[in-house]
Design a protein around this ligand. Structure first.
Ligand SMILES: [Zn+2]
Length: 515
């Protein structure tokens, strides 16, 4: 089945449509005019990188009278006038000259309306208007009257095992901080918050990952921190700095959790009308564990009767229990009973659940009973190690297929996994490091191979051959609780290390795709 490839194509189409609609909408943008009566939209037109607004829109919105003559326009409000002269980046306001960034221009057809630079609002109109007018271009706002619209700036830093969020509100604005199970809520004593250029200020520091999942604006005056599985406690302190009220929220991590209670599930994302300000999602939220084989596909079988399909399911369940209890990461099993699951369905389960890691569990078999040890495989692709890996591995595998125990198929290599090979290799190395000195390792513990079960996984993915069931000593070992516990602990530790690696990379890239 080629479903993953089609899905990737559909995704690419959807993405380019998104990019297209964004670039179209960036041209005719709008300012938001805020007043006691509510908010209205004021369309703008960009010409030569200067933003203009239509004079007749302003006339409607602010009850202005506009008279046009051969030399320009006269704009009147309650007996005071602003005179605009054609071809001049100037306005005469009640007899006083003020500069504008550009001269008035005719807009495009139809209409050919007169356009004035947006700065006309605060440099000219504000001087004749009887209510305060404040143009804040960076935040796309025109504030009419004495609304309390503090400018809010946020900074997020790692602080030991916790994090610190600093929120500066200018001019000084009071706030109330409250907490429920999943959020810390900061409500400002204001009419609207002015949050310029949000999103860029917050890296996702690795040590704080899991303490705070996201910081977002919930409504006009409320900022919400979504707490993560590692959240312990927080302390909020206010201190005034000149005209700014600074709120510092220090969040500490919980003490290393015992296995007693899994942390609460991560809150769902905000509804669409809530502007997500800063997303610092955990880099690993879901892990898919794939117990190899099942049903009439028994996989490898040891002389003592251990079946690969049973072993993989038992270990998968242990890994799920450990990770969910101790890391608060959701773990999906591609099967949780003794049934056959087609290979494509296994990766589809991982892809559809947007799993961040895919681990397929197997046990090995060989015609050489002496072979033993754990090996970790990542996908190989034609351009890199693929050909040599296939050449090196194929004979032994084919021989094994003759023995009716081999489960791995070789496939073409042009699938979703190609985008994740680097991270898959990293995960494989981290697993190897954790297995080292804990469980017996194969002669070549980390290898790349063209494995069908990994090819269409759209996330970092590895396959672990836990050991050889055809080695009688190792069969006993694999079936025992001691090995399984040690193995599971090593996987858990590798996942923690891998999460740290992802967090660090993510931290370095933060802001690249924001807004
Ligand atoms: Zn297998």
């Amino acid at each position: 089945m080629r479903v993953p490839r089609r899905a990737a194509f559909a995704l690419a189409v959807a993405f380019s449509a998104l990019v297209l609609s964004r670039s179209l909408s960036s041209q005719p943008s709008a300012l938001t005019v805020l007043s006691k009566d509510g908010r209205r939209s004021l369309a703008t037109t960009v010409i030569n990188e200067q933003e203009f607004v239509a004079l007749d829109d302003l006339a409607t919105m602010f009850q202005l009278a506009v008279r046009e003559d051969a030399l320009g326009m006269t704009v009147s409000y309650k007996g005071k006038t602003v005179v605009l002269t054609l071809d001049q980046a100037l306005a005469s306001v009640a007899g006083r000259l003020v500069s504008l960034p550009a001269a008035p221009v005719r807009g495009p057809a139809p209409g050919r309306r007169w356009l004035v630079p947006a700065e006309f609002i605060n440099r000219a109109l504000a001087l004749v208007y009887d209510t305060k007018l404040d143009l804040r271009k960076p935040s796309r706002l025109v504030i009419v009257g004495d609304l309390r619209v503090p400018r809010v700036q946020m900074r997020y830093e790692a602080a030991g095992a916790g994090a610190r969020l600093t929120i500066d509100a200018t001019p000084r604005t009071g706030n109330v901080v409250a907490q429920d199970n999943e959020h810390i809520t900061v409500k400002f004593d204001a009419d609207v918050l002015d949050i310029p250029d949000p999103g860029l200020a917050l890296p996702a520091p690795s040590s704080a990952q899991g303490v705070i999942q996201a910081v977002r604006q919930a409504d006009a005056t409320t900022i919400i921190l979504d707490v993560g599985p590692r959240f312990g406690a927080f302390k909020a302190s206010n201190l005034p700095i000149d005209n700014t009220a600074r709120l510092v929220i220090d969040v500490t991590a919980a003490a290393p959790a015992d296995a007693a209670a899994p942390p609460p599930p991560i809150a769902a994302g905000p509804p669409p009308d809530l502007t997500a300000l800063i997303q610092t999602p955990a880099s690993i939220r879901t892990i898919a564990i794939d117990p190899g084989h099942g049903g009439d596909d028994e996989g490898a079988k040891g002389a003592g009767g251990t079946k690969e399909k049973d072993l993989t399911l038992a270990v998968a369940r242990r890994i799920k229990g450990a990770i969910e209890a101790r890391l608060g990461i959701r773990v999906l099993l591609t099967r949780d009973d003794d049934r056959r699951v087609p290979i494509d369905e296994r990766t589809a389960i991982a892809n559809n659940s947007k799993s961040d890691v895919f681990i397929s569990l197997h046990a090995n078999a060989s015609l050489r009973p002496a072979l033993a040890g754990t090996a970790i495989y990542s996908a190989a692709f034609a351009q890199d190690a693929g050909d040599t890996a296939r050449a090196a591995l194929a004979p032994e595998r084919v021989q094994a297929i003759g023995g009716n125990v081999r489960d791995i198929e070789f496939v073409p290599w042009d699938f979703a996994q190609a985008a994740h090979v680097g991270q898959s290799d990293t995960l494989a190395r981290l697993l190897e490091a954790q297995f080292q000195n804990r469980v017996p390792l194969a002669k070549r513990p980390v290898e790349s191979a063209p494995l069908r079960v990994l090819e269409s996984a759209n996330m970092p993915a590895v396959l672990i051959e836990m050991g050889y069931l055809t080695n009688p000593d190792q069969e006993k070992q694999l079936a025992g609780a001691e090995f399984q516990n040690t193995f599971v602990q090593a996987v858990l530790d590798a996942i923690i290390k891998f999460r740290d690696v992802l967090d660090e990379r993510r931290g370095g890239n933060q802001g690249a795709g924001a807004r």
